[in-house]
Design a protein around this ligand. Structure first.
Ligand SMILES: *Cc1c(COP(=O)(O)O)cnc(C)c1O
Length: 465
């Protein structure tokens, strides 16, 4: 299996190279050269498999011979061994025809663990084979950083440096990162905003000599391996509801479009997915696009669902490339135009094609809070603000006879203040995090300059050598 860039000007790469590279050299995103698919009987054979084995089966064609099947199975076993629910991705019914799939049973209580735990294993395996080492550098406003740190902690061939905006993440989110004391983990509290952190990471990656010297690597949501590792839970849900013979629909609280893109990929691989529903908060660029072909950037506004406070959904480029019939030149032109004008000029046919499959619903904070409360009153189910938005979108677009599965992307204990405000209930942290507030924290405060961050990265890599 080879991977090609959505902008057509980067070399085709293997799975392992795409894993280590992330963004393509031409600024595009990698996609499989051809989409693998399974036959009816292959899907039927996957029914009832334990989650790690299902994940290995679905990842196999994407890995394309880079990793032996038995090894891949072993890596999947290890990736999900630490989850605190035997089903890994349990399904719960909340209403007639409306189900929730919980993706937050991993170590950091958010769906990022589903992919990141497997990526940690894949990185370690590939780097051991190549006798090599990388330094993962990333910026976080909350969930991605802790998921990356948990996936990399204690791994010899990985150093991980995560930048977070000082005093601007929630306390749970900060402590999930800063209480990890393994020597290969460095937390930098940047005196600036999340945007400053992202710009600093970009500046580090743009400095080619530094990038090479430090073997920098990224695990943000444009990394193809993350998308691939998210496909199995859509298959798990679909098979549970009678696929490949019966249809299912999904609703996904969406920010960077990575999670829902995996649902789209599951459909591409042969699962009968009827409808894909995007849930947005007040940062509603995707919903505006789906409703009126209005993909226009606005400034990011804070909300109760901070992991969806995004104005540019970077993974949308992958869908755009497909909607354009894989015309890389057109894709590059439209994306460049978007960067310069703030408006994405999506051709009408491509927009109409998107609308036959996708719908969008946006909730502001008051509506999100009302959804959390009414869902809890009616069904007893406690959904965090992100999950509640997905559930609301699922209810809105549910069709008779087709099960609608809404993705629950974070544990409610991750957002205690929002839960108390909506329901009066303060959800308890799971046992493995119960002492989070009394653990020792370690982080370095740095000014928001590339020089200061480079010094800190260099020191981190040296101390871990
Ligand atoms: C990252 C995240 C999302 C958004 O997922 P995308 O793949 O960026 O669309 C939604 N909810 C939670 C809790 C997240 O951490």
């Amino acid at each position: 299996m080879r991977y090609i860039s959505t902008r057509g000007k980067a070399p085709a790469l293997s799975f392992s190279d795409v894993l280590l590279t992330g963004l393509a050299e031409d600024g595009g995103l990698y996609l499989p050269e051809t989409w693998p698919s399974f036959s009816l009987s292959e899907w039927q054979d996957m029914r009832g498999l334990p989650y790690p084995e299902l994940a290995a089966r679905i990842m196999t064609p994407f890995v394309g011979g880079d990793i032996a099947p038995a090894t891949l199975r072993d890596l999947c076993e290890k990736a999900y061994a630490g989850f605190d629910h035997p089903a890994i991705v349990p399904l719960t019914q909340v209403e007639d025809g409306l189900f929730v799939q919980e993706l937050f049973h991993g170590p950091t209580l958010a769906f990022k663990d589903m992919a990141m735990q497997l990526l940690g294993q894949l990185f370690e395996h590939v780097l051991t084979e190549r006798n090599s080492h990388v330094t993962i550098v990333g910026a976080t406003s909350g969930d991605t950083g802790s998921a990356a740190i948990e996936a990399c902690r204690g791994r010899e061939r990985l150093s991980v440096v995560i930048l977070h905006p000082k005093d601007r993440t929630s306390e749970v989110q900060r402590r999930q990162m800063t209480t990890v004391l393994e020597p290969n983990v460095t937390n930098l509290a940047v005196e600036g905003t999340f945007d400053d952190c992202q710009d600093l990471v970009k500046a580090l990656f743009a400095d080619m000599p530094f990038r090479k010297e430090m073997h920098l690597s990224a695990v943000n949501s444009i990394n193809w391996a993350r998308i691939a590792a998210q496909i199995p839970y859509y298959a798990y849900a679909a098979l549970n509801f009678g696929a490949p013979e019966r249809e299912v629909s999904f609703a996904v609280p969406t920010g960077n479009f990575g999670n829902i893109l995996a649902a789209w990929a599951a459909r591409k691989m042969g699962l009968p997915v009827r409808h894909l529903c995007v849930g947005s908060n007040r940062n509603d660029i995707l919903t505006r696009f789906l409703n009126a072909n209005d993909m226009t950037m606005k400034s990011v506004m804070p909300s109760l669902s901070p992991s969806m406070d995004i104005q540019v959904s970077s993974n949308f480029e992958r869908l755009l490339f497909e909607l354009l019939g894989r015309d890389a030149e057109a894709c590059a032109r439209i994306m460049t135009g978007f960067r310069t004008t703030g408006h994405m000029d999506v051709p009408a046919e491509a927009w109409e094609a998107a609308r036959t499959l996708f719908s969008g619903l946006a909730l502001d904070d008051a509506e999100t809070e009302a959804e959390i409360k009414s869902l809890h009153d009616r069904s007893g189910y406690l959904a965090d603000p992100h999950s509640a938005i997905g559930i609301a979108a699922g209810r809105r677009f549910r069709q008779a006879g087709v099960p609608m599965v809404a993705m629950a992307t974070a544990h409610p204990a991750k957002f205690p203040d929002a839960m108390v405000a909506a329901t009066g209930i303060r959800p308890a942290l799971p046992a493995h995090l119960a002492d989070l507030y009394s653990r020792e924290e370690r982080y370095r405060t740095v000014s928001a300059t590339a020089g200061a961050v480079k010094d800190a990265v260099r020191a981190a890599v040296l101390s871990n050598a």
